[in-house]
Ligand binder design. Structure first.
Ligand code: PEP
Ligand code: MG
Length: 753
């Protein structure tokens, strides 16, 4: 059964469109389950379950027969969201007969809902003429089948939506997760990871002859590389491995394979795209095979495919063209991709992977670039050069928008620009409540571009300088001197204001290409301080660079990420003292900077007092703290709804940390994204946070909100909020207060679509 299941899913995955996927499903399920009818019904835009594919019923009834939401047995399965297994379907009160389908003698019925992300997409049904109660094994198989296929169907439906909606003159809408607020209307530039077969963008070409000869030269080059590699390794390879190289070379000479690719190129697409399509099809065929030996060959095909693709991409014009209003689209956008784009042309971003608190989203917020993350069903390889609207407020995007939608979003853009302009006036005004209670608004930085934006917006210091960003943008560790120069630039730009430099925080979703960390569970693994304490040479070089950079400026604070115990803090402090003493001995005239601890692990919340007693300041990293408190991966769009920044557990932890820090006379900051939310900022102020550190983009909005309330009002709101049992009711409290205070616009525009 497992093999059948796997091979059906593989075949469905390889289907070109939704209709062929459904046709495969009904045909294969009917055979495997040895029944007489298998049909698939999908919910259509009229809220009816339409018969979309059948093997066994009258084929003409496809697209004709449909049932309402709780109509007939199909509607009943969907409404109950449960499998229904009937020996004699005709006796069931919900049974409905359709003459078009020719099903009069079908007695037994087994129907199971197809559910994706809590949404019923349709119903999968098998039927039989003789009276038979399908057994438990049948039920289990059909349930497993529809659970596995739900994602594939949802994806195929969304992918097909692009073309069918365009044909019907509708805007193709895709839902993701809000990444960075704002709205952008521009042209898609699809950026793929090098040699990634699944993300080669669809591009059309006109000179077919030239593309075919380009493909040939790519193949020849790959052949040479593989041949040379085989030669070089000959003495070290066993016969089986040598045979693999020969098999690769043979495949590259395989006339059918070459013909398949040239045929596709003949349809007017690039060699890279044609090659990736053909290889992926072969890979799927092999992965779907029952024989384990043949199944494993899928990996060889993929490997070979990637090698040739690398050749095609390295020799092709891989330098992207950027229109003036470029929207960067990719399967998984990374910080280093951002470095490749002319900043002035980049107006929006879309990432298929990742979520609102992925680091690329945090960078996007810092740069003020509207971004949608986790658009898992977005057919990103198909949208090169097409017009997109990115709605970073709601995490929604549209491809090929129609004139009405475009107009609405253009108006929002104008309104947004007005709001930002209006807030500029606040730049030099103090951040204080109406009754003169002051709180410091600092910024989070990482890129040099952040510095100018931060100063323009009136930042009073840096609460988090993410030192890993310059590390991410290189292909080796920066030397101590290179680091010193980078840090000096930051410290000088903000002097005399404080700059809080966090020691290297890699691991989790921040992987250095030159220092790979492979783990099953990276967020619970070797991250932040754990890595640098295990590599004192990296830590010491970084701290020495920071200290040297601060000479004569004395505006540095050092902050330690991911601290989970007093022992880690003590060990890190020891290394910092050592670096400091060495530099003093070397003749540097520097002051020992304040050393602080990030509170981003639940253990640190409960030890905040002990940590505060042994350090100079605490700073809450609410991004990680939320993910660890709620056990929700900050990168996973599937659980993005559960990542609730206003969850009472998070708010209580925040309050507890502020109290514990102050009990030891420590200054308490927050540098997670929560600080940049105008509503949260009011609560944090009332909790007593001394410093709120946020992305430069949000700083004026936060200042505007704080300048509009009194401390007493903020306290009252905090009291009310802390009495709420869940994030939803906290949200309602906040909305009410902000509507009343007239600040609702700070949270984004009202969008009607
Ligand atoms: C945090 O976790 O809140 C934080 C500021 O650190 P980062 O987002 O870089 O993990
Ligand atoms: Mg963190």
């Amino acid at each position: 059964m497992l093999n059948s299941l796997r091979s059906i899913v593989q075949e469905v995955n390889a289907a070109r469109d939704l209709q062929s996927a459904l046709d495969i499903i009904v045909r294969r399920v009917k055979t495997v389950m040895k029944t007489e009818v298998c049909s698939a019904y999908l919910l259509d835009s009229n809220q009816r379950y339409m018969l979309m594919a059948t093997d066994g019923l009258n084929a003409d009834s496809v697209g004709q027969v449909s049932l309402g939401l709780d109509e007939g047995l199909v509607g009943h399965v969907a409404a109950r969201e449960e499998t229904i297994n009937l020996k004699q379907a005709t006796a069931h009160p919900k049974y409905q007969y359709f003459s078009e389908t020719g099903e009069e003698r079908l007695n037994s019925f087994l129907g199971t809902p197809i559910i994706h992300h809590r949404e019923v997409l349709g119903v999968l049904v098998i039927q039989q003429y003789e009276e038979r109660r399908f057994d438990e094994g049948d039920e289990a198989f059909l349930v497993t089948m529809s659970a596995q296929l739900a994602g594939v169907i949802a994806h195929a439906r969304a992918t097909g939506a692009l073309d069918s909606m365009r044909q019907r003159g509708q805007d193709a809408k895709f839902v993701g997760v809000a990444g960075a607020p704002g709205v952008a209307i521009g042209r898609a530039v699809v950026m793929s990871q090098a040699a990634d077969l699944r993300s080669v963008p669809y591009k059309e070409i006109t000179d077919i002859e030239a593309e075919i000869s380009f493909f040939q030269s790519g193949l020849n080059a790959a052949q040479e590389v593989i041949g040379d590699l085989g030669e070089q390794l000959k003495s070290r390879l066993n016969t089986q491995e040598q045979a693999l190289f020969e098999a690769y070379l043979a495949m590259l000479n395989d006339v059918t394979l070459i013909a398949e690719v040239t045929d596709r190129i003949g349809e007017g697409v690039t060699a890279a795209y044609a090659w990736s399509e053909v290889i992926l099809e072969h890979e799927r065929t092999f992965s779907g095979m029952n024989d384990p030996y043949l199944r494993e060959r899928a990996a060889d095909i993929r490997d070979l495919g990637q090698r040739v693709l690398a050749q095609l991409q390295s020799t092709s014009e891989n330098n992207y063209e950027f229109p003036d209003k470029a929207i960067l689209v990719g399967e998984e956008l990374t910080a280093s991709m951002l470095g490749e784009i002319p900043y002035e042309k980049l107006i929006g971003m879309v990432s298929v992977q990742g979520s609102g608190n992925s680091h690329v989203a945090i960078l996007a917020r810092a740069m003020g670039i509207p971004t949608v993350m986790g658009a898992v069903d977005f057919p990103f390889t198909q949208v090169s050069d097409r017009e997109l609207i990115v709605d970073g407020y709601r995490g929604v995007l549209y491809a090929d928008p129609g004139p009405d939608l475009r107009k609405e979003y253009e108006e929002i853009c104008v309104e947004e620009a007005k709001l930002v302009k209006g807030l500029e006036a606040l730049k030099d005004l103090p951040c204080e409540t109406t009754d003169k209670y002051r709180v410091s608004l600092w910024v989070n930085t990482g890129l040099m571009a952040d510095v100018v934006r931060s100063l323009e917006r009136g930042a009073e210091g840096v609460g988090l300088y993410r030192t890993e960003i310059p590390f991410l943008l290189r292909d080796r560790f920066p030397s101590e001197e290179e680091q010193r120069a980078i840090y000096r630039e930051q410290l000088e730009a903000f002097a005399p204001h404080t700059v809080t430099m966090r020691t290297l925080d890699i691991g989790g979703d921040k992987a250095l290409s030159y220092f790979p960390i492979k783990e099953e569970n990276p967020f619970l693994g070797w991250r932040g301080i754990r890595v640098t304490l295990d590599h004192p040479e990296i830590f010491l070089a970084q701290v020495r660079a920071m200290l040297k950079a601060s000479e004569g400026l004395n505006n540095l604070r050092i902050m330690l990420p991911m601290i989970a115990s007093v022992g880690e803090l003590e060990a890190a402090k020891k290394l910092i003292f050592r670096a400091y003493n060495e530099l003093i001995e070397e003749g540097f005239e520097i002051e020992l900077p304040p050393i602080g601890v990030m509170i981003e692990v639940p253990a640190a919340v409960y030890q905040a007092k002990e940590l505060a007693a042994r350090s100079d300041f605490l700073s809450v990293g609410s991004n990680d703290l939320t993910q660890y408190l709620l056990a929700v991966d900050r990168n996973n769009p599937q659980v993005a709804d559960l990542y609730q920044a206003f969850h009472p557990a998070v708010l209580r932890a925040l309050e507890q940390v502020a109290r514990a820090g102050h009990s030891q006379g420590s200054s308490v900051s927050i540098c997670g994204e929560l600080a940049g939310d105008p509503g949260a900022a009011i609560l944090l102020l009332a909790m007593g946070y001394d410093v709120l550190s946020m992305n430069a983009t949000n700083l004026p909005k936060v200042k505007s909100a704080i300048r509009g309330v009194s401390l007493a009002e903020a306290d009252a709101l905090l009291q009310e909020v802390m009495a709420q049992p869940d994030a939803e009711s906290v949200g309602r409290c906040m909305d009410k207060a902000f509507e009343k205070g007239g600040f609702a616009r700070l949270f984004g525009p009202k969008i009607t679509h």
